[in-house]
Design a protein around this ligand. Structure first.
Ligand SMILES: [Zn+2]
Length: 373
């Protein structure tokens, strides 16, 4: 992992690099920021850079030295990962989950708690960091570093430490051995036990800009810049959410098709067509029907904005915009609020277990009235 692989947060990246160059990395550093802000990648890049024996003039780990090679295969002798896990028995520690953890880091360059839960095959029990893991950390940290100047513990989600597990670590974090570095990576710093939180130095990471998120989508998925920016905006700069949307991109194409059909048939007052339409959307499972309604509401808002001719405020894919050139004039100040209310109420009713066919047909009939306003 290189610093250049970290998405966004260039100032924080530069600060961390400077600390390491000056050999002033704090003993206990907390990288924190909202879920979906890439932080674990920065912790990994910093650790690889700290251990690299041949840093590049550009301030990156070389990628070639034995240390870098070990890091790249998630096998570095002086680096330990700690993370929330499920207790298999009283002796369980993170060491029991290393194959899953490596799979997680490989498959998810941006950490994603939901993805970790599905790898753990979580059955509703809460993954935590348990006291046995703290004991294992104490044991590892008392051994001196094998090959590097520093041994590093990267702990993902210290807010998941159980109180007894956190208490065991307090002394070590407060008076660490000279060759120990703790890098804690948190989605929710306020949820960290105050006794741990107060012993750390903090670096807050913020959401990457839409341009930075779009650039990731362009390179990882090969989609064009416009579509990438539209997805980044929908995800509100949350990288994990944007990647999820990318997975659902096929769904968006399907949703666009249903949205266009609804609006065309509503304009033509084609009631038999609308009946068939509402049955086809009702055939989606309930959650998918609700996702469609959220999509339809977003399209209505985007088309309203489209009329203002302010492209900077508009996030439409190329396909969506093609439809908007003709459709947008039908969305105006006289009907935009009512259409949004209509879609929201349909979502509420479907969630409340009303018959989706009836709700959607009723919604479609009301749309015929509103679209002519
Ligand atoms: Zn190296």
């Amino acid at each position: 992992m290189k610093f250049s692989d970290v998405i966004g947060n260039r100032q924080a990246v530069a600060r961390l690099r400077d600390m390491i160059d000056a050999d002033r990395l704090p003993h206990a550093l907390l990288l924190h920021g909202a879920p979906g802000v890439p932080k674990l990648a920065l912790a990994r890049a910093a650790t690889q850079y700290l251990h690299c024996t041949n840093r590049t003039p550009q301030g990156e780990p070389c990628g070639q030295c034995p240390s870098c090679r070990q890091h790249q295969s998630f096998n570095h002798t002086d680096t330990t990962f700690s993370f929330p896990y499920l207790k298999k028995d009283d002796a369980s520690t993170c060491a029991d989950y290393l194959p899953q953890w490596r799979e997680f880091l490989t498959e998810h360059p941006v950490e994603d708690y939901e993805a970790w839960l599905s790898i753990l095959k979580n059955d509703n029990s809460q993954p935590r960091i348990f006291v046995k893991e703290s004991e294992a950390i104490l044991n590892r940290m008392t051994l001196s570093a094998y090959v590097s100047k520093y041994k590093v513990l990267i702990m993902w989600l210290p807010e998941k430490l159980r109180d007894d597990a956190a208490n065991k670590l307090l002394k070590l974090i407060e008076e660490p051995y000279d060759d120990c570095k703790f890098i804690l990576v948190s989605d929710d710093a306020q949820a960290i036990l105050p006794t741990i939180f107060s012993r750390t130095q903090r670096l807050e990471l913020t959401r990457p800009t839409l341009d930075e998120v779009a650039a990731v989508l362009e390179t990882t998925a090969g989609i064009d810049r416009r579509d990438a920016l539209a997805l980044a905006a929908t995800a509100d700069g949350n990288v994990t959410a944007a990647l999820h949307l990318l997975d659902a991109k096929g769904e968006n194409v399907e949703f666009h098709d249903r949205f266009v059909t609804l609006m065309r048939q509503a304009y033509l007052r084609d009631l038999p067509g609308l009946k068939a339409w509402s049955e086809s959307v009702a055939d989606f499972k309930r959650e998918k029907a609700c996702r469609f309604l959220a999509y339809a509401a977003r399209q209505v808002r985007e088309n309203f904005v489209y009329n203002l001719h302010m492209p900077d405020l508009n996030y439409l894919t190329a396909q969506e915009e093609q439809f908007s050139t003709r459709f947008a004039p039908f969305i105006n100040a006289g009907n935009v609020e009512q259409l949004l209310t209509l879609f929201n109420e349909a979502t509420r009713d479907i969630r409340g277990n009303a018959s989706a066919r009836i709700v959607l047909f009723d919604m479609a009939v009301h749309t015929t009235i509103l679209i002519k306003k």
